[in-house]
Design a protein around this ligand. Structure first.
Ligand code: ADP
Ligand code: ZN
Length: 334
């Protein structure tokens, strides 16, 4: 879909005229004009709020800024909050939509690969605390996710690689054939249309079965994230991108799997090679103390009664949630 068709598409949803577009400086500069014009042409009365870009600003002050703009824009309970940008904008706008007036409709217009293949779908929204990534949040399913692949043309290469971390994740945890395909394509230039489509099919199939992460199915999507989130938290959000932290986290989880005799070293090497070919790190560059990482990991949302639950691959294409891995072994891998 083209961003210029946003208004025409959203007209059929029964939203109120007043609507709020939430964006950040980069995505806004490139695409807000098109979206606002399209909304106006379809009879909406859109306002916009522009946030500072980057994970560093995924905090409660940005949420407060959105609330302020929502009041000023005259939103009512049928007014949509529309996120235009990457995962940061989507998570913040979604949380505001989940909570403003106890909930208003939410729409996503993702403009980064990461947001297209992962964060725009599934309904997880929220923000970071200094103590931990995404520790405050709410489930809020978007009424619609409109993807304009042409917005990826302006995305810097580092952010394309960032999104590829989540794409590779899907291959490892649930689709060996997709992983093979990515291995073949690595270095040749990605077919992003195919990659976005397959990633969304895979993510939707999991979320559909376990929307609120209660049945142990959705948890496998957190592969690489317990290690990765700890690394992001310790780096202070921003210097290490989410996908980069997840890439190193997936490599660490695979290493742990090998150590526990759950996966062969050959399969783990395949993952590390693909990560490198995709321009991603296969290990944590900055060295943190294992005890520090463990402490942050134990605050992870998947922890139950102080016991870590880790997603560990058993081969390319399959992963399981494992609890009770001895801390000593985790420390060794870290
Ligand atoms: P992510 O989607 O990776 O979680 P962000 O929301 O922080 O993360 O987006 C990554 C960066 O890319 C931000 O600086 C954002 O402003 C910028 N950005 C978003 N979409 C585009 C685009 N289509 N072209 C160029 N830059 C973009
Ligand atoms: Zn992620």
């Amino acid at each position: 879909m083209k961003l210029a068709e946003t208004g025409r598409f959203l007209k059929n949803f029964g939203f109120s005229r007043n609507t709020l577009v939430v964006t950040d400086k980069n995505a806004g500069r490139l695409y807000a004009g098109t979206v606002l014009k399209s909304l106006r042409r379809a009879g909406f009365n859109p306002s916009a709020v522009t946030l500072e870009p980057g994970e560093k600003h995924k905090n409660i002050s940005s949420v407060a800024k959105i609330y302020g703009s929502a009041v000023k824009a005259g939103l009512d309970r049928k007014s949509a909050i529309i996120a235009l940008g990457g995962g940061v904008v989507g998570d913040l706008a979604g949380f505001a939509a989940a909570t403003f007036m106890r909930g208003v409709p939410f729409v996503q217009l993702p403009t980064t690969l990461l947001a297209m293949v992962d964060s725009s779908v599934g309904g997880k929204t929220g923000f970071d605390l200094k103590e931990g990534k995404n520790l405050a949040g709410a489930f809020c399913q978007p009424k619609a996710v409109l993807i304009d692949l042409s917005t990826l043309k302006t995305l810097p290469a580092r952010h394309v690689a960032n999104g590829m971390a989540e794409v590779i994740k899907y291959g490892v945890i649930m689709d060996a054939e997709f992983f093979d395909y990515l291995e073949k394509k690595a270095g040749e230039g990605w077919d992003l249309e195919k990659i976005v489509f397959r990633s969304l099919e895979l993510k939707a199939s999991v979320v559909e079965k376990d929307e609120f992460e209660e049945k142990g199915l959705r948890e496998i999507l957190n592969f690489g994230h317990t290690f990765g989130h700890a690394c992001e938290t310790l780096s202070g959000y921003g210097p290490v991108l989410h996908g980069e932290a997840v890439a190193a986290g997936m490599a660490a989880a695979a290493g742990l799997s090998v150590k526990l005799g759950r996966m062969t070293a050959g399969e783990s090497a395949r993952l590390k090679n693909l990560l490198k070919k995709a321009g991603l790190p296969a290990e944590f560059k900055k060295k943190f103390k294992p005890s520090e990482i463990l402490k942050v990991m134990l605050r992870d949302k998947k922890t139950r009664n102080g016991r870590l639950r880790l997603v560990l691959p058993s081969r390319i294409g399959k992963a399981e949630v494992v609890s009770g891995v001895p801390e000593k072994i985790i420390r060794e891998v870290l």
